[in-house]
Design a protein around this ligand. Structure first.
Ligand code: FNR
Length: 187
């Protein structure tokens, strides 16, 4: 069913013990057969500046653009910072979106998940990310939606996702993302 699909994961948090990073690690465990997931690093991107883009395109951005170009679909896991996506993620998106004519994720399937220690599961960050994805002409998976509330209670000390309900929804999201990517490949 999966037909050897490759996914790229992006995390909206740079901290080592990030719950969103742990969510991506759980996704890597729960992938359907034949599907791979590579989490790419955006922490070494410079701050976006159009002068820098014109003078010398940063190697870190070229690396991630190539990783995304080689992927069939994407999975973004992000916290919500002050009711929106974190600046590091927006910075990475602004870089990856340039040059505008060939953004590497154009036309690809994207699933968005969020984890927050609060009660709303990063919903405002996830929905802002969904809006940004429209500008990039990505095909966002509508359902299932994964917004992990009280996320610190759903992982163990090693960062393993222990909450069975969240594992079930995450597995379902991955199956739906793969199906979405395959439909796009066929169309
Ligand atoms: C937060 N946090 C937060 N949580 C939330 O539900 N709504 C919010 O608006 C914010 N705002 C916010 C701003 C800033 C600057 C920080 C540092 C944190 C809490 C945040 O969701 C929580 O720390 C998550 O655990 C962060 O994600 P990672 O790093 O665990 O992936």
């Amino acid at each position: 069913m999966s037909d050897d699909l490759h996914l790229v994961g992006l995390c909206g948090s740079l901290r080592k013990a990030s719950l969103n990073r742990a969510l991506l690690a759980a996704a890597a465990e729960l992938l359907p057969g034949g599907v791979t997931l590579e989490v790419v690093e955006i922490g070494d991107f410079p701050l976006y500046n159009e002068d820098v883009e014109r003078a010398a395109y940063p190697p870190a951005v070229s690396r991630v653009r190539a990783q995304i170009a080689a992927a069939d679909a994407l999975l973004i896991a992000t916290p919500e910072y002050n009711y929106g996506i974190p600046g590091v993620l927006k910075n990475a998106i602004d870089w990856i979106s340039r040059p505008q004519k060939d953004a590497p994720w154009r036309g690809k399937a994207l699933a968005i998940a969020g984890a927050s220690q609060g009660s709303l599961g990063a919903v405002r960050g996830v929905y802002q990310m969904r809006q940004i994805a429209v500008s990039q002409d990505m095909h966002v998976l509508n359902r299932p939606e994964i917004m992990v509330s009280a996320a610190h209670t759903r992982f163990d000390d090693q960062g393993r996702l222990t909450d069975e309900t969240t594992r079930k929804y995450l597995r379902e999201m991955l199956v739906a993302l793969v199906e979405h990517a395959l439909q796009l490949r066929r169309s």
